[in-house]
Design a binder for this molecule. Structure first.
Ligand SMILES: Cc1cc2nc3c(=O)[nH]c(=O)nc-3n(C[C@H](O)[C@H](O)[C@H](O)COP(=O)(O)O)c2cc1C
Ligand SMILES: Nc1ncnc2c1ncn2[C@@H]1O[C@H](COP(=O)(O)OP(=O)(O)OP(=O)(O)O)[C@@H](O)[C@H]1O
Length: 308
């Protein structure tokens, strides 16, 4: 899969493709349905399949303080798009210039001049352009004028409700991991590199791998039963995501994982933490001893759930 960062990096050889546009945060089952259609169009028309995404996502640009937490960082999103058979990703910086583009300019500058789009797949509710003025009817009209076709995919629903990134976030916040798995088409996970922590964990009887979240604001908070794949083996564990109010108050979210029955060094490795079940919310304890006792109880609860 080829990644093109910004329209300035589009070359004449990139012209001529079938395309779709959106945030694709989480690459959930609704997105996967669109991507399946894109693959079919690509084979039928013998053209590469291109996905146009935005970085940051528009809501992160408009309100950085209260944009919803990401389900996938750019790196994970790209890996998931590649796994869905996407040939090319055009990642547009969402900035003032893009924000001020009318729907007409977006079609002309990006879809026609930049990508030479021959066919476009969108969801039935897709809207874009300054003030979200571009919709399916607008795209169809533009297509007739500029010589590309447009198709709208039917809504993909689960339990009678449309699947969306917003819904996946809600379901995760509620701790319903089996529904999240059905919406995502895979279990929810967070990947990252293991960093050195404050080395307090051992004192608490809980050596933990600290997973770097960087700018990811996690869509979860609390203590979870998890598993981590290491050298092809799924290791059972317990994770905490939160600001660790008992020991430090930097306000930053941390993801820490303790692997049950594992004694080894994980520093520097990239791991994927798969979430199974919420055990409790994170709490501020009055003493380290109280925190230690709570963590011990978390391990016992997780062991009981695993049947260990
Ligand atoms: C299973 C588990 C549950 C935890 N629960 C809490 C909690 O409720 N409140 C809190 O302040 N910290 C909690 N922590 C975080 C600990 O404070 C943290 O692991 C400890 O400070 C070690 O940090 P270090 O790895 O940076 O040394 C939890 C950690 C684990 C592994
Ligand atoms: N459940 C779905 N069924 C069909 N198409 C969908 C579905 N969800 C998203 N799409 C389409 O996939 C493309 C990318 O969607 P996008 O990521 O922008 O929105 P979303 O998943 O609905 O997220 P949000 O909750 O942030 O609105 C758009 O064309 C959108 O209409």
């Amino acid at each position: 899969m080829e990644l093109v960062r910004g329209i300035q990096n589009l070359r004449p050889r990139h012209r001529g493709c079938v395309a779709t546009i959106g945030n694709f945060d989480g690459v959930h089952a609704g997105h996967q349905a669109i991507l399946k259609r894109l693959r079919a169009d690509s084979a039928r028309m013998n053209l590469p399949g291109c996905v146009v995404i935005f970085e940051p996502q528009p809501r992160e640009y408009f309100s950085p303080g209260d944009a919803p937490p990401r389900l996938t960082r750019l790196r994970d999103k790209l890996a998931l798009l590649e796994a869905q058979g996407v040939d090319r990703v055009l990642c547009l910086s969402f900035n003032r210039r893009l924000r001020e583009m009318s729907a007409e300019q977006f079609v002309q500058q990006i879809l026609i001049d930049g990508l030479g789009v021959k066919h476009l797949e969108v969801g039935d509710d897709f809207r874009f352009g300054c003030d979200r003025s571009g919709d399916f009817a607008f795209l169809q009209g533009s297509g007739e004028r500029h010589g590309f076709t447009v198709e709208a995919a039917n809504t993909v629903a689960e339990s009678g409700e449309r699947i969306s990134s917003t819904r996946v976030r809600q379901v995760l916040a509620e701790g319903d991991f089996s529904l999240a798995e059905r919406l995502l088409g895979r279990p929810f996970s967070i990947s990252g590199r293991v960093l050195h922590g404050q080395k307090l964990g051992r004192q608490l009887g809980a050596p933990t791998a600290n997973v770097q979240l960087k700018r990811l604001r996690a869509p979860l908070q609390g203590v979870y039963r998890v598993s981590v794949e290491l050298d092809g083996v799924m290791q059972k564990g317990v994770a905490n995501i939160g600001s660790r109010p008992t020991v430090d108050g930097d306000g930053q979210a941390h993801l820490e994982v303790h692997l049950l029955d594992f004694d080894g060094d994980l520093y520097g490795r990239r791991i994927t933490v798969v979430f199974h079940e919420k055990l409790r919310d994170e709490q501020r304890f009055d003493s380290l001893d109280a925190l230690k006792a709570a963590i011990k109880a978390d391990f016992a609860a997780a062991r009981a759930q695993w049947g260990l």
